[in-house]
Design a protein around this ligand. Structure first.
Ligand code: TNX
Length: 531
């Protein structure tokens, strides 16, 4: 009985899999993001158990890249391909030594060649190669299939150098394994920056050795009152290293001076002094209000598990605040190899304007002291931005304009298009909708270079899609909100706008959906696509 059920399933899955026709020519390949140029030839290369991966040129991690390709091909094909410098029919060629992300992928009947002048380029070439194999290549068990790759040539490079996503691990905490899984999915879309929103009112999620209460108190809860959590510095390093192996750079964010209730609950001294109601003169000393006493000993705030924003602020006028910030920035910078440190700066509604300006300018000096470029939400453009620092546009075009007028670049994350926490429509089971409902077509059909008045391509560092997690609690919730929209944003960041077409994207994303299905990714089956 058991055997016949197994037999039925084997036959059933063979039928299901065989329904997926292999593509005929390279022009039919469903590559996301779409490459700059695809020239189709005729015929195909056939991957076999005797294929070999040949490494050409020298670069520290070239053999790891070869092994990475093996690991992508092995589960579905069962082939344990050899990697080395001996002659092979799959060639990985490093032909330079720079940080260009350009690659070319040349498929002939007898061999496949990926060449690039950087390891990142080779990595992207490998991602493309996997996407032009039949979708069954995503299977985690061996599938009988002819592993044909249509002949032709792809030449490819990204339109923007910063292609990112943000994960809010503060509103709800996500384990290291969930972050790694997110990184895996980002890498397939050739995204190269993961911004971690590590602190907010509801939780502080990164160990700071010199300020231990941040985690012993500040990490204890999350939205809704769950148990929260945090990354030890070792775990953070593990994420940084894992990301680096996927050619992704981590951008840590410590949001300040607002969105700081978790820090304010951990250390009373970071809170502003008590605001006395009118007519209450508080503690008097020699006939004057004793501001020293009021300022030095405020009580710690209560932990917060709601989803309001804009009610908290660090004291901006105390030395202890800047000592705290310097310790935090130093400890995190030491374990962050990437160039950026995100200083937040959004929605500081209870910080006086002058105090906000003083604060943000001072914090930029501290990040610079530790060798980092500051990124901040667009409000930071109301202060004097240091040269090279970046404003992340999310809400106010006039702030983006202020950044540009100061000669600073802008990272594009318009909430109405790029926010992955926005509901798809009014029936979405998760998400918010204060900015917009964002269906897949709306996430896809915009151009960063024309979106905001007065901001053009040269002013833009890149594009980032943030996932805020007030309503997102699990990996399945993440997947539902992020996919397919992250693929749309990845294509906006990679593929020049004139080459992008919604109808062609609809065709390609349907194939990508089959791959996600095989990977067990529980994506949103948008009605805009014939899945
Ligand atoms: C606004 S976007 C915020 C976040 C919220 C988000 C929810 C930004 C810089 N601030 O604190 O999580 O809206 O969509």
């Amino acid at each position: 009985m058991k055997k016949s059920i197994l037999g039925f399933f084997l036959i059933f899955s063979a039928i299901v899999f065989s329904c997926q026709e292999p593509i005929n020519g390279l022009e039919e390949a469903a590559i996301i993001p779409l490459p700059s140029s695809i020239q189709a030839g005729s015929g195909a290369f056939e991957l076999s158990s005797s294929s070999r991966i040949q490494l050409i040129g020298s670069s520290k991690n070239l053999s790891d890249l070869g092994e990475f390709l093996v690991s992508k091909l092995k589960p579905a094909t069962g082939y344990d391909l050899k990697v080395g410098t001996e002659e092979g029919d799959i060639q990985l060629v490093i032909n330079g030594n720079d940080d260009s992300e350009t690659y070319s992928l040349d498929v002939e009947k007898s061999k496949v060649t990926i060449s690039a002048s950087s390891e990142a380029g080779i990595f992207y070439g490998i991602q493309t190669l996997v996407q032009i194999l039949p979708v069954q290549i995503e299977s985690s068990t061996v599938v009988e299939e002819s592993w044909r790759i249509p002949v032709g040539k792809i030449e490819d490079k990204p339109d923007y150098s910063y292609r990112g996503s943000m994960l809010d691990v503060a509103r709800h905490f996500f384990e290291v394994e969930d972050v790694k899984h997110y990184i895996d999915q980002m890498a397939k879309l050739k995204l190269n920056y993961l911004h971690l929103h590590l602190t907010d009112d509801q939780g502080w999620r990164i160990e700071i050795k010199s300020w231990p209460n941040l985690t012993s108190i500040g990490a204890k809860t999350e939205v809704g009152g769950g148990e929260g959590g945090y990354y030890t510095q070792d775990q953070y390093k593990e994420i940084v290293d894992y990301a680096a192996k996927n050619y992704i750079t981590i951008v840590p964010e410590i949001d300040m001076p607002g969105h700081t209730n978790a820090a304010l609950a951990s250390y009373g001294e970071l809170n502003p002094g008590v605001n006395l109601p009118d007519g209450d003169f508080g503690t008097m000393k020699e006939g004057k209000i004793d501001f020293d006493i009021l300022d030095k000993n405020p009580q710690p705030a209560e932990l917060y598990t709601g989803i309001e924003v804009g009610f908290s602020t660090l004291a901006t006028n105390k030395d202890i605040t800047y000592q705290f910030i310097e310790d935090v920035i130093r400890e995190i910078s030491e374990i962050t190899p990437g160039p950026y440190f995100h200083i937040g700066g959004d929605e500081s509604h209870v910080t006086e304007k002058d105090d906000y300006i003083y604060f943000v300018e001072k914090v930029q000096e501290i990040t610079a002291k530790y060798g980092k470029i500051s990124i901040g939400w667009d409000e930071i453009a109301t202060t004097k931005l240091a040269k090279g620092n970046v404003a992340q546009f999310w809400a106010l075009e006039e702030n983006a304009k202020l950044a540009k007028d100061q000669g600073n670049q802008i990272l594009m994350s318009p909430a109405k298009r790029a926010y992955l926490d926005m509901q798809y429509d009014s029936t979405s089971r998760l998400g918010l909708h204060w900015a917009a409902y964002i269906e897949l077509d709306s996430a896809y059909m915009w151009d960063p270079a024309t979106y905001a008045d007065g901001i053009s391509k040269a002013d833009i560092l890149g594009v980032e899609a943030p996932l805020w997690t007030e309503t997102i609690k699990s990996r399945a919730d993440i997947e539902y909100m992020v996919f397919p929209r992250l693929a749309a944003i990845a294509e906006i960041a990679w593929t020049p706008t004139p080459k992008r077409e919604w109808t062609d994207f609809q065709r390609r994303i349907a194939v990508q959906g089959k791959r996600w299905d095989m990977n067990g990714i529980q994506f949103y089956k948008s009605p805009k696509v014939n899945w």
